[in-house]
Design a protein around this ligand. Structure first.
Ligand code: TXD
Length: 310
């Protein structure tokens, strides 16, 4: 008899709490919320558990400060780390979050050595690279959440512009999770009609600029942290693709070994997500301007990864 899958959420902060709630509401898996702050994961888990009756959900939701409790997790999602404050770039989090990712990697490698790991912590492209390095897990089992959020933002802004349902809008965003990310309007469409055929260039350029700055826009408004519902939702869409073996085609930060002419770093590319993690990387032709934008983004990621010097 198939038993329920198990997800460990490493980081019980703003995003972790929403992730736990979404997993419970969707009855996706049993969930263990881990954090280093005493009481935080336990309190959030208990609160969500008290809502299971309302959700009509029978998953188990627990909180812990002990890595032993993540034993046997099929999937681990990592949000451990500091979030941005106004005026901070994602890169400003590098040194602090690198130390956190090192300790998190040790806990995962010891207690969930066969798990698939989705990294969310910023600066994303460097943190996912560091976690793969520290855990020694194969590239298929370690990947980052960025493009699903960035493309969700792209889809939302286009749906708003056209007054159509978000369900009929698909979008592709490549590259690093930063200001140099590469929205691809040519490969984004409303029911098959490319954005470039539906929206005037100046308006589309303004939308793409807003997508690149969307994280910072929320940080400036919230003042005390960064986006958390939309990143949680994006990571749970990826978690579902893995745990339900959905073979979704989603932009993920994946480890490249020659794809798109890139070697040895994580970059956002279209991937096939299923039970084994990143099961395939899709390469498609880019025109000269798209290629130039991707090269700029790759250079930004390479610079960041060089700084962590692993
Ligand atoms: O698209 C994306 N990938 C980004 C990611 C979108 C938005 C936010 N992005 C990043 O996720 C953000 O810049 C942060 O680096 C992470 C988590 O964001 P969140 O908003 O959840 O931050 P919080 O609320 O500060 O939560 C972080 C938790 C907090 O409860 C700490 O106690 C915990 O991390 N923490 C740890 N957990 C485990 N182990 C260690 N060592 C640890 N240190 C701190």
């Amino acid at each position: 008899m198939a038993t329920r899958k198990k997800i460990a959420l490493i980081g019980g902060g703003n995003i972790g709490g929403v992730q736990a709630q979404l997993i419970a509401q969707r009855q996706l898996a049993d969930v263990v919320l881990f954090d280093v702050v005493e009481g935080l994961p336990q309190g959030k888990a208990l609160d969500i558990a008290h809502a299971l009756t309302g959700f009509g959900s029978d998953v188990s939701v627990t909180g812990t400060n002990d890595y032993k409790d993540i034993q046997g997790s099929d999937l681990v999602i990592v949000t451990a780390g500091l979030a941005r404050k106004p005026g901070m770039s994602r890169d400003d989090l590098l040194k602090t979050n690198l130390g956190i990712i090192k300790s998190v990697s040790e806990g995962i490698a010891k207690h969930a050595p066969d798990a698939i790991v989705i990294v969310v912590s910023n600066p994303l492209d460097a943190m996912v690279y560091a976690l793969k390095h520290y855990t020694g897990f194969p590239k298929q089992r370690v990947f980052g959440m960025a493009g699903v959020l960035d493309s969700a933002r792209f889809r939302y802004f286009v749906a708003q512009e056209l007054g159509c349902s978000v369900r009929d809008v698909v979008a592709m965003v490549l590259g690093g999770h930063g200001d140099t990310m590469v929205p691809l309007p040519r490969y984004s469409s409303v029911n098959g009609v490319p954005f470039t055929k539906l929206i005037a260039k100046d308006k589309l350029d303004a939308i793409m600029k807003r997508v690149q700055g969307a994280g910072g826009e929320i940080v400036a408004l919230l003042k005390t942290g960064s986006a958390f519902v939309s990143p949680a939702m994006a990571s749970i869409e990826m978690a579902e693709a893995v745990l339900l073996d959905q073979k979704r085609v989603m932009p993920c930060a994946a480890y490249l070994e020659g794809e798109y002419g890139v070697k040895g770093i994580y970059v956002g590319v279209p991937t096939l997500l299923g039970a084994k993690g990143v099961e395939k990387i899709y390469e498609f032709e880019l025109d000269a301007s798209e290629r130039a934008l991707l090269d700029t983004s790759v250079k930004a990621v390479e610079k960041l990864i060089a700084e962590i010097n692993l």
